[in-house]
Write a protein that binds this ligand. Structure first.
Ligand SMILES: Nc1ncnc2[nH]cnc12
Ligand SMILES: [Zn+2]
Length: 338
């Protein structure tokens, strides 16, 4: 089924875990290729497991399924499959997270992951019409020492990694735990983002801003609970990478109709809409645009604003190539007819 024009508006996707794009069909294909046995009879049985109570119940399955990702080819195929789907959803630029610690813990090296992913990313513009950047995330439920070792392991690959992020179980693992590793990442010239305010209260967002110095907040959903925080985010034009379908599936909100996206836009926040882990949460980013249009009455002009915001909030930089891309993408958004 092809997507409605509103859903296919040109956009950047800024909050996307590549491991969260592993569709059941590809999981079984890779399992067969690698001789891995999955504890599910078939793709349908696996899909039935996608009923989550909270972030942790999702993370348990998300980490378990990574067992099928072993070789450079696996990571290249995973990324290429995502990029093909993203192109159908109007994505022109994608900033992609990956979780090296989850792979290194299974004996899969940083080099295998980065070489595999970047093989797909390097040909993405030609093959799918999507420019890309890669962001390495630290797992916040692991130690600060482990994060620092991961940063060191990434040093040979920093020509292909634009920034660092922070993901996994939020509550009880505040950003301040990672002060030193973010300072070290900054010294290496890496951009900084972090998940904050997904399940955690506004103090998690404050710490991401003030202790880690992030330029963009991933989720930031609970920011609206603190008017001073909203004031700060608006004043500094800090982008939020919201993921409405994820919030419903992980039960941070009950139904999409309760999502604060409209109120957040009205408050002057620089909101973007993204898919997070689309294989698990029932939709890719175009599907998410469609869903917020239907559930929240996000009309075509707000959709255009969200698309513009996505390019403004991106890490497309001041280089000649990126300036040209940004100008081209924004012109496409302005000229887009619904
Ligand atoms: N929504 C999410 N929150 C935290 N960590 C994640 N890792 C993958 N998806 C995530
Ligand atoms: Zn996420």
């Amino acid at each position: 089924m092809s997507l409605a024009p509103l859903a296919r508006i040109p956009k950047a996707e800024l909050h996307l875990h590549i491991e969260g794009t592993l569709e059941p069909e590809l999981a079984f294909e890779l399992a067969a290729r690698n001789g891995v046995t999955l504890p599910y009879a078939d793709t349908e049985a696996l899909r039935q497991a996608y009923l989550f109570d909270d972030l942790q119940s999702f993370l348990d399955l998300y980490y378990a399924l990574m067992a099928v990702l072993l070789t450079e080819d696996d990571f290249a195929d995973l990324a290429d499959a995502y990029l093909a789907r993203a192109a159908e959803q109007g994505v022109r630029h994608a900033e992609i997270f990956f979780d090296p610690q989850a792979h290194m813990a299974r004996g899969v090296g940083m080099g295998t992951v980065v070489e595999g992913l970047t093989r797909a990313l390097a040909r993405s513009e030609e093959r799918h019409g999507i420019s890309t950047k890669l962001i390495m995330c630290f797992l916040r439920d692991q130690s600060a020492e482990s994060a620092m070792e991961t940063l060191r392991a990434a040093e040979p690959y920093l020509d292909r990694i634009v920034g660092v992020g922070l993901d996994s179980a939020e509550v009880g693992n505040p950003a301040s735990k990672f002060r030193e590793v973010y300072a070290a990442a900054g010294e290496l010239g890496l951009r900084k983002v972090a998940h904050a305010g997904e399940e955690g209260d506004p103090s998690y967002v404050w710490e991401a801003l003030d202790v880690l110095g992030v330029e963009r907040v991933d989720h930031g959903l609970r920011s609206m609970e603190d008017p001073k925080l909203v004031e700060r985010l608006v004043r500094d034009r800090v982008p939020l990478t919201l993921c409405p379908l994820s919030n419903v599936r992980l039960r941070t909100i009950d139904v999409l109709e309760d999502h604060p996206l409209r109120a957040m836009m009205d408050a002057g926040l620089l909101c973007t809409v993204n898919s997070d882990d689309p294989a698990y949460f029932g939709g890719y980013v175009g599907d998410t645009f469609h869903a917020v249009h239907e559930a929240l009455g996000i009309d075509p002009e707000r959709v255009r604003q969200l698309a513009r915001n996505s390019f403004e909030a991106s890490f497309l930089d001041g280089s000649e190539e990126d300036e040209a891309r940004r100008a081209r993408y924004l012109a496409e958004v302005d000229a887009y007819e619904f």
